[in-house]
Design a protein around this ligand. Structure first.
Ligand code: NI
Length: 179
């Protein structure tokens, strides 16, 4: 007899203005290993269900320096787990792309960032790795690392644009709760 596999429960994603989204996360230590084993699959389940291409632990209420990314190249999963990621080099050249965020559902804006970055991080097995990214991946890892410092993509916009998005989002969330 075989039991059905236990499906991984997606972890709920917090929506702006939840205060956890503005807090600086602390470094992951070996003592966090058990929590990470449970958390990482639940974060991937939430990200793929949304769907999204990146998710940081503070977005699910966990104040650890952990983020996941999957650009799904050619529709195939290519998961990346970034533990204690650090940008160690950034190009002087900038690039502007439209960004969105699972914590600000339905809202998008152009954000300008370094076009290329190198990121040093640990993988779930504890190996130190380095990733050189350009294009969408570069924007995505910078966006996710920002989350670890309580920074949202709207913080890169002019106050006028930022407030417009935040006001619309707040109104939509009120209407959603009223339904
Ligand atoms: Ni985001």
């Amino acid at each position: 007899m075989s039991a059905a596999p236990n499906p991984v429960q997606p972890i709920p994603i917090l929506i702006v203005p939840h205060p956890a989204l503005k807090a600086r996360a602390r470094a992951v230590t070996p003592a966090d290993a058990a929590q990470l084993r449970d958390l990482i699959p639940r974060m991937f389940a939430a990200m793929y269900a949304a769907p999204g291409i990146g998710l940081a632990a503070p977005q699910v209420g966990v104040g650890l320096r952990l983020a996941i990314v999957d650009l799904m190249p050619e529709e195939k999963p290519a998961p990346i787990v970034l533990i204690n990621p650090e940008i160690v080099a950034a190009s002087a050249e900038l690039a502007t792309r439209e960004e969105g965020c699972l914590s600000l559902p339905g809202h998008y804006a152009d954000v300008t960032r370094p076009a290329r970055v190198s990121v040093r991080y640990s993988d779930p097995e504890g190996a130190r790795r380095e990733l050189s990214a350009d294009g969408l991946l570069a924007a995505c890892v910078q966006h996710e690392i920002d989350h670890l410092d309580g920074i949202l993509f709207t913080d890169h916009l002019s106050p006028l644009k930022r407030n417009m998005i935040l006001r619309r989002l707040a109104k939509e969330q009120r209407q959603k709760q009223a339904r």
